[in-house]
Design a protein around this ligand. Structure first.
Ligand SMILES: [Zn+2]
Length: 282
């Protein structure tokens, strides 16, 4: 959960403006109007879609309460939107059972900006990207990678699942839907190039990157080495302020003396882990 403010005060909520604008880069761009004083408030939740079970409904209730108090402008989902295996298609009732009928609080009736997690890739991955879901619930917006320009902050959403070697080399009994991702090397190279170029062009006061997988984490899944090797240098080169992820079912805020980036994990949308700490010696 995050609150950004430029002038250290909060005014009335500005109307949410979502529009697609043309992009010079490969990544699609969206705009989100800030409040009248230039501030923004938003929630981040990851790892949630369990048809209300495993405390998803309770977390949703608390999000509604906090969302009202913060007068939020939008919500970010950090992926793993539908357990265990994403959506079966655009008509999968899990969309309503895990999203529309769960996040019913008035304060959550805002735009949701969603990325995909590894569990989402185990279903019909293109269903979550389909405009048909947006017709069913106009809060829903999910793309693999995109940019949100919200005046004082620019948020770069990055599709992190295809970076993880294990899902390709040792998928166990899971089937991943890699449509749109192959050939993988080209996909990742282009994505890193696009993110790097978009970050370089950004003049926003705050630069935030959102992906599903961890870069710094002391949780169960730990550090995602592929992202540490490939994405982190891009973030450091471009003075990114915050990297936000899900994947580990807990809340973390990690800072270190050797990086200016703040690492936030917000993966407690359901089935949160307790005392599930992976030894990590940075
Ligand atoms: Zn995950």
């Amino acid at each position: 959960m995050a609150s950004l403010t430029k002038n250290c005060c909060r005014l009335f909520m500005a109307s949410v403006c979502l529009c697609l604008v043309s992009s010079l880069a490969e990544l699609q761009r969206f705009t989100q109007q800030a409040k009248a004083n230039g501030s923004l408030s938003f929630l981040v939740v990851g790892d949630w879609g369990r048809k209300g079970l495993y405390n998803q409904s309770q977390v949703a209730y608390q999000m509604g309460s906090v969302g009202e108090r913060l007068d939020i402008d939008f919500v970010i989902s950090a992926g793993d939107n539908f357990y265990e295996d994403g959506l079966t298609g655009v008509d999968d009732p899990a969309f309503e059972d895990s999203f529309s009928n769960i996040y019913t609080a008035p304060s959550l009736q805002k735009q949701w900006y969603n990325v995909l997690g590894n569990h989402d890739y185990r279903g019909d991955v293109e269903a979550q990207l389909s405009p048909i879901l947006r017709e069913k619930d106009n809060r829903w917006l999910c793309l693999r990678s995109f940019i949100l320009n919200a005046e004082i902050v620019e948020i770069f959403f990055v599709d992190t699942t295809p970076f993880v070697n294990e899902y390709f080399i040792n998928p166990k009994d899971h089937t991943y839907d890699w449509r749109g991702v192959s050939p993988r090397d080209d996909y990742l190279a282009n994505l890193l190039k696009d993110v790097n170029s978009a970050l370089k062009k950004s003049t926003a006061t705050w630069k935030i990157v959102v992906g599903h997988h961890t870069i710094r984490s002391a949780g169960n899944h730990g550090v995602t080495q592929e992202l540490e090797m490939q994405l982190l240098p891009v973030l450091e080169d471009n003075n990114v302020d915050i990297y936000i992820n899900g994947h580990d079912h807990c809340l973390q805020h990690i800072i270190s003396t050797d990086s200016l980036i703040q690492f936030l994990t917000s993966g407690g949308g359901s089935k949160a882990w307790q005392c599930d700490v992976k030894w990590w010696n940075p």
